[in-house]
Design a protein around this ligand. Structure first.
Ligand SMILES: Cc1ncc(COP(=O)(O)O)c(C=O)c1O
Length: 397
């Protein structure tokens, strides 16, 4: 008989041969950093098709990757990798696919930290990025060089919701031979699936709409198998695979993602329609809005206005700080939060946050004034949301 301290380490009695052990009602959390083997034959098998070490493979990440592939690439011969954040999904993709001397053509309007990643990290390793406005297709074409390896853009811009003409950008990528990567975080696969339109790589920050509870940091890359294998290999080397715990939480979050995201997108369309009628709002940036500058392009990309995005921004009738401050204080439910995609409607003020270092004239040229407020729409009752905004807008007068 072993001593108790040894026994405590090695005794794991449970019904490991139970007929339904593989069918739990909720998928289990596997925090184990490794899976043991008894002898050479089993070790070989584990390396060939089993689980070995946590950074190499993990059941929670596998399940989540499979679900993301179903969402982003239904019926396609594709795969996904799950990374520790949206940023690590982007950096791993670039590290895996680019080398010194390669060139990126990127949309000018991008999540700020992606721009810093391109300039500071990739720049340091000899990869140059040219930024152009993707609304100008000739400018995109003109920026392509023989060494352009990647064309990079988000599906719609933060905070103006400026859209990209996806079929046209796909054509440019095909003609140039460069890979097209799309960050789909603002819309997500329940709205649009860029791979179906011909993009090569799709990136999602799962920290946002798909997780929805504002308590998960995670990212995902989805692409054809050949590309995903390359990206997976680099993810292992540079240590970006996600920890299993958020992956486990995320499997649960995805069970309700369609319910949540459909409500968020429908609420955003309802709010956009209301904002268009309110005199305290001078501009509504949501692709469903009739006054949206790219309304026709929105119709080309989406059939259903209630399934585009839960993101929007509005320009108030005043730039007066004190009035906008009073408006924020008056809101009962909607509140400021430096994130997006959560179940509760939140605001962000680009001039004081994401674009606080951009010169005022440059910001204005991008449509970003002190009167612009970004809104991430939640799952509240739409009438309650409309009422909350309506009563707070009085402060703007
Ligand atoms: C469009 C977009 N892409 C990527 C990211 C980065 O995601 P994460 O915070 O999960 O690293 C963000 C974060 O806000 C984002 O808005």
């Amino acid at each position: 008989m072993a001593h108790i301290e040894t026994d405590l380490l090695y005794t794991r009695e449970y019904r490991s041969d139970a007929v339904n052990l593989s069918k739990p009602e909720a998928f289990p959390y596997f925090p184990a950093t490794a899976f043991g083997s008894t002898a050479f034959a089993e070790i070989k098998e584990a390396y060939a098709q089993g689980y070995t070490y946590i950074r190499t493979n993990n059941p929670d990440r596998d399940v989540l990757a499979g679900l993301m592939t179903k969402l982003e690439a239904p019926g396609m011969d594709a795969g996904s990798i799950v990374t520790s954040s949206g940023m690590s999904a982007i950096s791993t993709t670039c590290a895996a696919l680019l080398k010194r001397g390669d060139h990126i053509v990127s949309n000018r309007c991008l999540y700020g930290e992606t721009v810093e990643l391109f300039d500071l990290m990739l720049g340091k390793f000899g990869v140059e990025t040219t930024y152009v406005d993707f609304a100008d297709l000739d400018a995109v074409r003109a920026a392509i060089r023989p060494e352009t390896r990647l064309i990079y853009t988000e599906i719609c811009a933060n905070p103006t919701l400026a859209l990209i003409d996806l079929p046209e950008i796909v054509k440019i990528a095909r003609e140039s031979g460069a890979l097209l990567a799309i960050d789909n975080t603002f819309c997500g696969p329940l709205s649009i699936r860029p791979l179906e339109w011909g993009a090569d790589i799709v990136i999602n920050s799962l920290t946002k709409f798909l997780s929805g509870h504002s308590d998960i940091l995670l990212g995902c890359v989805t692409a054809n198998r050949e590309l995903i294998e390359k990206i997976y290999e680099f993810s292992m080397f540079i240590g970006t695979p996600a920890d299993p715990f958020p992956a486990f939480q995320m499997i649960r979050a995805l069970e309700t993602a369609p319910l949540r995201n459909e409500r968020q997108m429908a609420n955003a369309a309802r709010l956009a329609a209301y904002f268009e009628t309110d005199p305290r709002i001078v501009r509504v940036n949501h692709p469903s809005a009739e006054s949206f500058t790219q309304r026709e392009l929105a119709k080309k990309l989406w059939q259903d206005d209630a399934r585009i995005t839960g993101m929007m921004s509005v320009e108030f009738c005043t730039e007066d700080d004190a009035k906008i401050d009073a408006f924020m204080r008056k809101l009962k439910y909607v509140h400021y939060a430096p994130t997006l995609g959560g179940m509760r409607t939140s605001l962000s003020h680009p001039v004081t946050s994401s674009h606080n270092t951009t010169p005022d004239d440059v910001r204005r040229a991008m449509g970003i004034t002190p009167a612009l407020m970004r809104i991430s729409v939640g799952i509240e009752n739409a009438d309650d949301l409309i009422e909350d905004f309506r009563q707070a807008f009085v402060a703007l007068e």
